[in-house]
Design a protein around this ligand. Structure first.
Ligand SMILES: *[C@@H]1O[C@H](CO)[C@@H](O)[C@H](O)[C@H]1NC(C)=O
Ligand SMILES: *[C@@H]1O[C@H](CO)[C@@H](O)[C@H](O)[C@H]1NC(C)=O
Ligand SMILES: *[C@@H]1O[C@H](CO)[C@@H](O)[C@H](O)[C@H]1NC(C)=O
Ligand SMILES: *[C@@H]1O[C@H](CO)[C@@H](O)[C@H](O)[C@H]1NC(C)=O
Ligand SMILES: *[C@@H]1O[C@H](CO)[C@@H](O)[C@H](O)[C@H]1NC(C)=O
Length: 435
């Protein structure tokens, strides 16, 4: 059995046409206000945390000074509750004058000066989800132009207070209107989330042609249950969702909540690992001013990020679901490399899971393996049984190089950081040292 890497890649190339704005050839990364800061508009009593220009300037400072930007986290994204309740005298949206005294254009300049990009939020209905002015059909052109005039780089277009007929017209129309401004503005569509996320209601071919990314399931909340429900939905529907993703067009399972209050460190690694497997946008929603170093290390893990950002842009799949509640996930990567995640849904104790790359249908050969969260490396033959110890609600994540031919010199290689793999090991399961 062989990894179907090349087959999948050529199928994608033949069938998908992405929105032609040149943006998001790899999944976007950045910070998004919603999950952590919601619609806190009480700047009198909670000035540090309310939705105001100060919050976004603080986050831009953190992204640019704490090592995030260099890793690709460049979007600073506003969500709902930024707008004034009324349009200006020319019918344009305007920011709340008290909370955004400098206006959005000035905030965009602040963000751009730090090598970052600014995202804004709108809604296809008469109102946004929190009751601010929406952008219904007759306001699409003027609002797209306003966002462009403000030098905004991305739009999240929500769907509250709109019906199906309006959405069918509005989402493509906004895509055209953004294009017509001449400014490349990445486009996030909440449309499929309002249609149940699945065909026949949702047409993923069309979405890929008009949006750079799309939310197809409910909002994430700050809990492990919420993370698990998203993982369940995405991988239960992987046959529909995997082919929909490609460079410039991504399924968006919603924000990373690593660094908030709901996840343990193991669960945080699990979210990061599975979001990388899903080729998901990596928008963190947390307080970058107070994040723990543990959470920061997980979000700044270079190998997990490089897996997420793989240029082939093939979304990964769940390939094993054991009765023991261990699951295995695989994402094919460029250069014939791949990523594997061993995920435990158990809640009792670390589980020792035994398998081999051969059983997971990897091509015959030997593989160099790097553990994503410990950076320990091993060399492993496809036929050799191994054991990974997976913490409850946690993961073990591997990056696997392309298979090399079975070559005795590689099996007994001289790199002293790698333990030689002996052919006798074929007979016995070897516990890997990164347990
Ligand atoms: C608008 O669409 C055309 C054709 O698809 C494309 O060539 C162009 O780059 C797009 N412009 C912007 C600003 O997105
Ligand atoms: C959707 O809303 C429009 C008004 O914008 C209305 O004319 C139409 O009947 C509604 N359609 C449905 C299916 O509710
Ligand atoms: C989906 O959208 C594409 C592009 O607009 C179109 O060609 C195709 O016929 C649609 N498929 C269905 C089932 O409606
Ligand atoms: C990937 O593997 C295939 C054979 O399975 C080989 O033809 C191809 O050259 C390899 N590509 C790279 C980049 O190693
Ligand atoms: C490996 O391939 C066999 C035969 O096609 C298939 O039945 C099995 O489910 C595959 N296993 C994995 C882990 O992909």
């Amino acid at each position: 059995m062989h990894l179907p890497v090349l087959v999948i890649a050529s199928m994608l190339a033949a069938t998908t046409i992405a929105l032609d704005n040149g943006l998001m050839k790899t999944p976007p990364m950045g910070w998004l206000a919603w999950e952590r800061f919601r619609c806190d508009i009480d700047c009198d009593n909670d000035p540090k945390n309310c939705i105001s220009e100060k919050l976004f300037m603080d986050m831009a400072d953190r992204l640019s000074e704490d090592g995030w930007r260099e890793l690709g986290y460049v979007y600073v994204n506003i969500d709902d509750c930024w707008a004034s309740k009324t349009r200006d005298e020319k019918g344009r949206l305007q920011a709340d004058p008290k909370r955004f005294p400098g206006g959005i254009k000035k905030l965009a300049r602040y963000v751009h000066d730090r090598g970052l990009k600014l995202g804004i939020y709108g809604d296809m209905g008469t109102y946004t989800c929190m009751g601010y002015p929406g952008t219904p059909l007759d306001k699409i052109k003027i609002d797209a132009q306003t966002f462009a005039d403000w030098d905004v780089d991305m739009l999240k277009y929500d769907g509250c207070y709109s019906n199906e007929t309006e959405q069918e017209k509005g989402y493509p129309l906004m895509s055209k209107a953004l294009n017509a401004t001449g400014r490349p503005i990445a486009y996030s569509c909440s449309w499929p989330a309002y249609q149940g996320g699945l065909p026949p209601k949702v047409n993923y071919t069309e979405l890929g042609m008009i949006c750079n990314l799309w939310r197809n399931y409910g909002d994430i909340q700050d809990s492990w249950d919420s993370v698990q429900s998203i993982i369940d939905w995405v991988f239960n529907n992987q046959d529909v969702l995997v082919p929909a993703a490609a460079p410039g067009m991504w399924n968006d399972p919603d924000m990373l909540i690593v660094g908030d209050f709901g996840l343990s460190m193991d669960q945080s690694r699990a979210q990061m690992a599975l979001w990388a497997i899903m080729a998901a946008p990596l928008f963190v929603s947390n307080d970058l001013r107070t994040i723990s170093s543990g959470a920061q290390n997980i979000l700044q893990n270079k190998l997990a990020i490089s897996i997420n950002q793989d240029p082939l842009g093939i979304q990964g799949r769940r390939i094993v679901k054991e009765k023991s509640r261990i699951e295995v996930y695989l994402r094919p990567l460029s250069n014939n490399a791949s990523a594997l995640v061993f995920f435990s849904r158990r809640t009792d104790m670390p589980y020792r899971y035994k398998t081999s790359l051969g059983k997971l249908n990897f091509t015959t050969g030997i593989y160099k393996i790097t553990d994503v969260f410990t950076y320990k490396t091993e060399v492993l033959k496809d036929s050799t049984d191994f054991v990974v110890s997976i913490n409850p609600t946690g993961v073990v994540m591997w990056y696997l190089s392309a298979p090399a031919k079975l070559n005795p010199r590689l099996l007994f290689n001289h790199d002293k950081h790698q333990r030689p793999v002996h052919r006798d090991d074929e007979k016995n399961a070897i516990p890997l040292v990164f347990l």
